[in-house]
Design a protein around this ligand. Structure first.
Ligand code: HEC
Length: 177
């Protein structure tokens, strides 16, 4: 191989490399276009996901429908049904007397642990000092009595649904109106 043949070969190699680079470049660009073509699809998927989880904003709304709002539009009849969970231990009528638990007539805004002829637990008596059963306090208590008043004698797990609690408290207030 003489010098001119060598330089031809060199030119060919350089040419091949350049071609290869161009090819890679073009392919890269083409791939880029493919990616670009895919990109608009991605937000589509994201929107779908957002749609699918459309249930979760709805759930949040449910959560956000806070106690005060629910109480303002309490369903008294539903509340009366929820109260069936209490009547084994409580009466709701005026002068209904105590059962396992104290009479609850007018308990909304009543001072805590103040039914004279009922023997409250030590836990309830000390919790109650200076407190009233405001609707909000009842809401917290009825969600999980043992959380608000650890050691209470009220053997009741709680009402999980804020709507149940709001309807029930609405029902109890309606009785003393
Ligand atoms: C298994 C019986 C039982 C059930 C069911 C029950 N309670 Fe009670 N409740 C009690 C007892 C006992 C006390 C007294 C607690 C204490 O002294 O620690 C009490 C206390 C209370 C008090 C405090 C009253 C006061 O005078 O300070 C409220 C309010 C109350 N209950 C509401 C309810 C509501 C509303 C329900 C139904 C969702 C309910 N309870 C279900 C037994 C029960």
């Amino acid at each position: 191989m003489n010098f001119s043949e060598l330089s031809k070969l060199a030119v060919m190699i350089v040419g091949a490399v350049v071609m290869a680079l161009i090819f890679v470049g073009v392919t890269g660009a083409a791939t880029g276009f493919i990616f670009k073509a895919e990109t608009p699809e991605k937000p589509g998927y994201i929107i779908e996901v957002a749609d699918a989880s459309g249930a979760s904003p709805a759930k949040e709304e449910e959560k956000e429908a806070d106690f005060a709002t629910l109480l303002a539009s309490a369903d008294i009849e539903k509340g009366e049904k929820v109260a069936k969970k209490c009547v084994a231990c409580h009466s709701f009528e005026a002068g209904g007397g105590n059962k396992t638990g104290p009479n609850l007539h007018g308990v909304v805004d009543r001072a805590v642990a103040t039914i004279g002829d009922f023997k409250y637990s030590e836990a309830m008596t000390s919790f109650g000092e200076g407190k009233n059963w405001t609707a909000e306090q009842l809401d917290v208590y009825l969600a999980k009595p043992k959380d608000l008043v650890p050691g209470t004698n009220m053997a009741f797990a709680g009402l999980k649904k804020v709507s149940d609690r709001a309807n029930l408290i609405g029902y109890i207030s309606s009785l003393s109106k």
